[in-house]
Structure formats: C-alpha cells, structure tokens
Design a binder for this molecule. Structure first.
Ligand code: ADP
Length: 598
C-alpha cells in the first residue's frame, strides 16, 4: 500500500532511517573517542586531540536532529498519501456494496470503525516497520559496541525489552476490543451531535425546544463512554507500568553489573563511560524495536477489520458478470414475486403478479405500507426478489449485469437527494456519463416544470442549490421535486419509475406535469406511485396493492365500477375533499376540483 502510494518519500524515509541508525552507533564510538582524548589530554595538558572527536560528535548530533525533523514531515505527507488511497478503496466499497448492507447496524459500525481507524493504520504498520528496522540497525551497531565491552551487558539489555514486548501485545488486544466495543456508543454520540448541528434538524429542534433534552442525552452517552474509557485507560496503564517496571528492573541490574565490572577493574574508565551511554541508547532502541512490534500488532488487528470490510466489496465485483440488459422492451412481467427486507421476517411483497407494456403509463396505488416503494426498488434492480422473478421480454433480470439493468431504469424516490451542487449538476447527475449540455439540461427542466424556477435564481441554472456553501440558495419542497423530476427525465431510460412525483407540487404544477407527461415520456413506459386520484385516474392502467399483493387492476372507470378497495379509497378521498371544502367557507362548497365531480 505504502509503496504504491508514495514510492519516493518512502525511499527517502528508509534512507534517512538507516543513516540515523548508523549515526547513532557512531555517536557511541565518538563518545568513547572524546573520553579517551580528554583522559589522554589530562596527562599531557593538551586538548587539541579532543577537537576532532568533539566536532564529529556535534556533527552527528546535528545530523540526527535534522534527519528527525525531515522524517517527521515526510511521514506526515506519506501518511496522507496512504490515507487518500485507503479512502478511495473504502468509498468504492461503500458505494458498491449491496443495498441490503444499509439495513444493518453492524455494517454502519464496521464502516464507522474503518473510517475512524483503519484508514490511518496501513501507514502505521509501515511506520512501525520503519522504526523497527531503524531500531534494529541501530541496535546492531550499539550492540556490537557494547559487546566489545562485555557480551553479558548486551544480553541483559536485550532481556530488558522482553517485559515490554509481552505487556504491549496485551495492550494492543485491549485497544482493539475497546474500539470494537465502543463503536455503537460513539455512533450514538455522533448521531446526537448531528441532531444538534444539522441544518435539516435545526428548525424542528428549535420549534420543539429539544436543545436541552438532546444535550442531556448526549451527555449521558458521553458519560458512559468516558466511564468505559477510564476503565480502559486504567487497565492499559497498569499493563504499561508493569512492562516499564520490568524493563527498568533489568536495566538497573545491568548498570549494577557494570559498576561491579568497573570495581573489579575489568573495564577502563573510557570503556565504562561509553558502555553507560551505549546501554542507555541501546535500551531505548530495544524499547523502540518492541514498540514497533506492538504498533504493527495493534494496527494489524485493525487492518484485519479493514480487510473484512474491503471483502464486502468482492460481491460487487462479481456484479460485473451477466448479460447486458436490452435497451428497450415490449413487456415487463412480475411473476409471483416475494420479498422481505434483510433482518425482517415480515414479507413486504407476498406474491405480486403484474405486467407493464411498452409505452404504458401505469399508476400504482395502495395504502401506506402496502409495498409500492418496495416493488419500485425491485423493478429498478436495487433488490433481488426472494422468490418469483421479474422478466424483460421473457429474460429474467437476475441474469442481467445489475448496472446494465439500472442503466435502463430511471427511478425517482420520494426522498430523492438534494445535492449541494448547481442546478445544472442536480439535473445532470441523472446520467453522469452524458455531457451536461445546456440544451439537454434545459429541455429536461422544461419537461419537469423546473425551467422557470431555475431561471429565476441569481445565477440561473448555475446557482448552487444549497445554503451549505457560500453563494448557495435553497428551493422550496415543490421546486426541489421539479428538479428531481428533471433529473429523472435527463436520465432518458425506457422505464421511468416515479414515487409520489407530485406530492409536493401545487395543483397547477401537478396539472401541468400530468397533462404533458405523455408527450415528455415520448413512448417510454412509466410507473408512478401516487395517492392523488386526480393524477391516478389519467393513467392507462391502475394497479392496486394491498398488503404486498395485487388486489385489483384496471382503468379508473373499471375499478370504480368494481366497487372494491380502489373504489373505497376513491370515495374516502372524495369525501375528505368535500368535507374539507364544507368546513371552510360555505360559499366554495361544490366548486369543481374534487374528484367526485369527475
Ligand atoms: P408503501 O410504499 O406502499 O408505503 P413500502 O414498500 O415502503 O410501502 O413498505 C412495505 C412494507 O415493508 C412495510 O410494512 C414496511 O414497514 C416495510 N419496509 C419498508 N422499508 C423497509 C426497510 N428498509 N426495512 C424493513 N422493512 C421495510
């Protein structure tokens, strides 16, 4: 990862690390040289011989400092290069995985951990390796220097690192378990923070006076996190103190052994001075070495986690298989289709049969929760039926490459996305492969009734449609709906699915939309979901869903005559309209416009 992200900074870092390690070993020799020179000078009162070794020592020290500073900045930059690459991979998986993952809290936990942790970890492994390699090279130099004084000293210093190695492995495990355990809590905390900082939420939070209440929930969550963190920190500290104490004890023993050696006259004063420095330096190098091991181990745990996440993207790669969906059709058939959302036992669709013929405008009606949106998602290839099949001219759509099927469908959901992009971009995202030519964008906007809305903005179609960024402006709900419709028309697919396309439109806009819909569709097939009978009645065919199955279908007149569920809903709405009109000024009762008059 690191190699492919930033070859040059990586190589420079390795070289610097190696040079620093060598410089460290040379420092010990320089000290010994200085001490020898000083001791010799003492006898002859001539310090000239000490100048060269002192200069060498100063030079080496300066080099180490400069290299350290350079390494710091290089590591920072390389870290970002790796993080960028990891981000790309993680985002590719996040946008490519099956939609079903977004129904699972565990997926969000995983994603959250990957975002907050794993993106920096690959680099930390490298950093661990680099510092390990550096420490290893330095240790060899220092070790040789020390072994020349006494091999036992060298063995003791190495043994001194072992307690740290043992406890730090345990610490890594603790850290990973803590991170996994706290992810749901941290996500709750982020969610509560979002409620208090989000633009969408701001008005309701104020209108309902939720600020204080949300804050207390936020505090409670934070408290529970802090409580867990305190326990975790105490456990980590105990482990780390134990490790350090163990190492310090061995180091103390090593120094005592050195004193004993000196007292017995086994080594001279210059040798002893160099040995003390070498022991001190070597001890910290050995510690660094083992810290590197710990860093690799700890990051490794998070990297396994990251790998598992990236593996979620593998099925997405498999989705590149399958035949290409045709660019047109005569008949789409839904045959005994059943579907339950992941993690849910209740079936949202339990045996749906229907047919869409090319060029038809079909309305899908039914009460809340009857499965209309779910059916739209299946038709758009966003979910696969659990049983039954959907065919395009007899070919099962499960055999098509999913992306190629989605290419042939234009679906606009009720909760379409309001991108903080310009008006043009908000329409052209309907098909990003196509150049956003002003004529095409404008034609789509015109068909959806969004042209005049966008033209009236300060910078016309190029106005940023969001208050999030400087110079942006927001639209009303109905105006946004027209932009979303324009996006759908821009997509230019043979099957157009519109989920409540006119729920936020005023009557005039709605009328304009449906009176021109056939012309705009220009032979394309449309399936629209609506609760408004004023729009539904104009459809070629109406399909009524009830509790996940098709209850009845036919034209408006046929269904009213059949006196079933549709007729019931229709009468109810007519009744509500009449009652509503009656409750207002009596003078308007009986004006045209309620569906009953039709
Ligand atoms: P409609 O569009 O007709 O109002 P939906 O298709 O949205 O109905 O929902 C059909 C059923 O599926 C409902 O019972 C609803 O509770 C359930 N449902 C919808 N979305 C999900 C989901 N993401 N996870 C689980 N159940 C869902």
């Amino acid at each position: 990862m690191v190699w492919s992200s930033g070859r040059r900074p990586f190589v420079i870092l390795v070289v610097l690390q190696a040079l620093s390690a060598v410089a460290l070993g040379l420092q010990v020799l320089a000290v010994q040289w200085v001490l020898s020179a000083v001791l010799a000078a003492d006898e002859r009162a001539d310090f000239e011989g000490a100048v060269a070794p002192v200069l060498l020592l100063a030079g080496l020290t300066a080099f180490t400092a400069v290299a350290g500073a350079l390494q710091g900045q290089l590591q920072r930059f390389l870290g970002e290069l790796v993080a960028r690459r990891m981000w790309t991979r993680v985002l590719r998986v996040a946008t490519g995985v099956d939609l079903a993952h977004f129904e699972s809290p565990e997926f969000y936990d995983h994603l959250n951990r990957v975002q907050t942790n794993a993106v920096t970890r690959p680099y930390q492994v490298t950093q661990g390796l680099l510092s390990m390699a550096g420490a290893a090279v330095a240790s060899v130099g220092l070790g040789l220097a020390l072994a020349s004084v006494s091999p036992v000293l060298l063995a003791l210093v190495v043994v001194g690192g072992i307690p740290l190695l043992v406890t730090s492995r345990r610490e890594s495990r603790l850290e990973f378990d803590f991170s996994v355990g706290q992810t749901p809590v941290l996500r709750q905390r982020s969610y509560l923070a979002l409620l208090q900082t989000g633009r969408e939420e701001a008005k309701e939070v104020r209108a309902f006076g939720l600020g204080e209440w949300l804050r207390s929930r936020f505090d409670a969550i934070y408290d529970s996190y802090l409580h867990a963190l305190r326990r975790h920190a105490v456990r980590r500290t105990i482990l780390s103190v134990l490790g350090q104490l163990g190492s310090a004890l061995v180091l103390g023993g090593t120094l005592l052994f050195l004193v004993w050696l000196i007292s017995r006259g086994a080594i001279g004063v210059a040798g002893a001075g160099a040995a003390i420095i070498a022991i001190r330096m070597l001890a910290s190098q050995v510690q660094g070495l083992f810290r590197g091991v710990q860093q690799i181990f700890e990051s490794g745990l998070f990297l396994d986690d990251l790998d598992a996440f990236l593996d979620l993207g593998v099925p997405a790669l498999e989705q590149t298989r399958g035949s290409e969906a045709p660019t047109s059709f005569d008949t789409i058939r839904v045959e005994d289709v059943r579907f339950a959302y992941p993690g849910s036992t209740a079936e949202a669709l339990c045996g749906v049969d229907l047919e869409l013929r090319a060029g038809e405008i079909v309305a899908l009606v039914g009460e809340n929760g009857s499965g209309k949106t779910t059916l739209a998602k299946l038709l758009a290839g966003l979910y696969q039926p659990a049983a039954g099949r959907i065919t395009w001219d007899g070919a099962d759509i499960s055999g098509f490459r999913p992306a190629s099927l989605r290419d042939q469908v234009s679906v606009t959901f009720q909760d379409f996305v309001r991108y903080a992009f310009t008006g043009t971009e908000n329409i052209a995202v309907g098909r990003v492969e196509l150049p956003a030519s002003p004529e095409r964008v404008r034609a789509s906007a015109r068909a959806a009734g969004a042209e005049s809305v966008l033209d009236a903005l300060p910078e016309g179609f190029e106005t940023l449609l969001s208050r999030l960024f400087v110079g942006g402006i927001d639209l009303s709900g109905g105006q946004w709906q027209r932009v979303a419709l324009a996006r759908s028309f821009f997509r230019d697919a043979p099957l157009v699915i519109l989920d409540e396309p006119s729920s936020a439109l005023d009557p005039r806009a709605e009328h304009a939309l449906f009176s021109t819909l056939r012309e705009v569709l220009d032979g394309r097939t449309a399936l629209f979901i609506s609760h408004r009978f004023s729009t539904v009645r104009g459809a070629d065919r109406i399909i009524v869903l009830d509790s996940g199955t098709v209850a009845e279908q036919g034209t408006h007149a046929e269904l009213v005559a059949a006196d079933g569920l549709y007729a019931d809903l229709y009468k109810l709405q007519s009744h509500t309209d009449i009652a509503g009109a009656g409750a207002g000024a009596g003078a308007v009762t009986g004006t045209t416009g309620n569906p009953a008059d039709g």
